[in-house]
Write a protein that binds this ligand. Structure first.
Ligand SMILES: [Zn+2]
Length: 102
């Protein structure tokens, strides 16, 4: 059992290079690409779960705080787009630099 996907793919590609079966090579290539997509998607979801577990919504709403961090995150960006965007302190309070550009 391989724990490193790239090592497994490397070994499969070496084995496949010895085959003359073009359909097998095409299917292997598709399988490898799909595996890499799923590994990346899994990494993003794990990161999001980790972030979700460490964030606390501000009682007044609009902001997420993380313990030990003195700058909050934008709740709109996190809730809608899954992006952790540090807010910027302004004369009007905390504002999202991303939304200010819009
Ligand atoms: Zn935002």
């Amino acid at each position: 059992m391989y724990s490193d996907l790239s090592q497994l793919i490397h070994n499969i590609l070496i084995l496949a290079s010895k085959s003359k079966d073009l359909e097998l090579k095409k299917d292997l290539n598709d399988l490898i690409n799909r595996s890499l997509e799923l590994e990346n998607e899994n990494r993003i979801l794990k990161e999001k779960l980790h972030n979700q577990a460490t964030l606390t919504i501000d009682p007044h709403g609009g902001l997420y705080w993380r313990a030990g961090d003195s700058v909050p995150y934008c709740s709109v960006c996190w809730d809608a787009d899954g992006m952790l965007i540090h807010m910027v302190n302004s004369d009007y309070g905390w504002i999202c630099p991303r939304e200010r550009r819009l």
